[in-house]
Design a binder for this molecule. Structure first.
Ligand SMILES: C[S@@+](CC[C@H](N)C(=O)[O-])C[C@H]1O[C@@H](n2cnc3c(N)ncnc32)[C@H](O)[C@@H]1O
Length: 315
């Protein structure tokens, strides 16, 4: 684990060695860190591919880009930062005249510790702040819009699907009742409303945890973005280039596993189809089971407990 604290930006990089080993970093090759965050992975990649490699690190969040730039300063001749969604990587490469990712790409999905704990970003229910949760603060769509405009059924579906919440209907109903009186504007207003909607339990986990996670996934379109990015980046990988994905949510991991399986199969045609019309197999999966954080890492950084890392190689 590496703890990056720079410019008040704090994030505990998860599975640093496992991720960078998975990329098989080699001097002279081109790598992408799709989720720069505090620059923990970017720094280690840059160190390993120096002096002739190239690293492009993207993040939607300008605070992350600034922190990652500072962290990788000593490698500034080979590292470039781009504030963008990883779904825009094909355009980013095109603009730089790069037609293939020769080394590999890393996705370390979800939110950074910095985002989750900065009160003003509105991801956390431990301090009161406007409902926000945007990875990119310039985006126009925020948690406020989800909570105050979605239909009751849509809210319940999101809480069930993305939060695996046990009382999605009750919470959605209370939100809709409350917002008829006045809009729900802050994290604490919402957290209290959730608390009052569900039966009391002795669990140490705040009942708002799952719902807040679900709203964050919805606001940032996280699952659709991952699918879109993986699909459009596979053709840009040169033979033997790696794709490493760390996910923290079971839905994310299932999606990555399914996509890796699809692109590593010889044929995905319907069994009744006589002639195969598939594109040739594109990936070889190098992790039959996902790699998980070591006991030692989990002790030092408990959220790493839910991380799953998968690696594939372009064939
Ligand atoms: C877990 S953190 C990455 C931490 C980083 N690997 C490190 O070691 O410091 C995930 C980052 O992904 C970014 N992110 C989420 N969705 C994104 C997207 N669609 N495009 C680019 N960055 C995204 C978030 O803003 C956040 O900074």
């Amino acid at each position: 684990m590496s703890n990056n604290v720079n410019n008040n930006f704090c994030h505990y990089t998860v599975m640093l060695k496992e991720a960078v080993d998975g990329l098989d970093c080699q001097d002279g090759k081109i790598y992408i860190d799709a989720t720069a965050g505090g620059g923990g992975h970017s720094y280690e990649i840059a160190k390993r591919i120096s002096p002739n490699g190239k690293l492009i690190s993207t993040d939607m969040d300008i605070e992350a880009i600034n922190a990652a730039r500072q962290k990788t300063e000593e490698f500034s001749d080979i590292v470039e930062m781009a504030q963008a969604s990883y779904t825009q990587i094909p355009e980013i490469l095109y603009k730089r005249g790069i037609d293939k990712i020769t080394g590999g790409i890393l996705f370390d999905l979800g939110a950074s510790y910095h985002q989750l704990t900065s009160a003003e970003r509105g991801f956390s229910f431990s301090k009161d702040a406007p409902l926000d949760m945007r990875f990119n603060p310039d985006d126009s769509f925020s948690a406020y819009d989800v909570i105050n405009t979605y239909k009751e059924e849509e809210l319940a579906n999101i809480f069930r699907l993305y939060g695996e919440e046990r009382f999605p209907g009750r919470i959605a109903r209370r939100i809709v009742e409350q917002r008829k009186k006045e809009p729900i504007k802050t994290t604490l207003q919402l957290a209290n409303l959730i608390k009052s909607s569900v039966p009391f339990t002795k669990s140490k986990i705040n009942p708002a945890t799952r719902v807040f996670q679900a709203i964050r996934i919805e606001v940032n379109n996280e699952l659709n973005n991952i699918e879109k990015a993986i699909k459009c980046i596979i053709p840009l990988l040169e033979k033997d280039a790696r794709m490493v994905v760390i996910s923290f949510h079971s839905l994310e991991d299932r999606l990555v596993k399914t996509l890796f399986k699809y692109y590593s199969s010889d044929c995905n045609c319907h069994p009744e189809q006589l002639i195969c019309k598939c594109d040739p197999k594109q990936l070889e999966v190098l992790t039959k089971k996902p790699i998980v954080a070591s006991e030692e890492e989990v002790k030092l950084n408990p959220p790493s407990r839910s991380a799953k890392l998968r690696v594939a190689k372009k064939v």
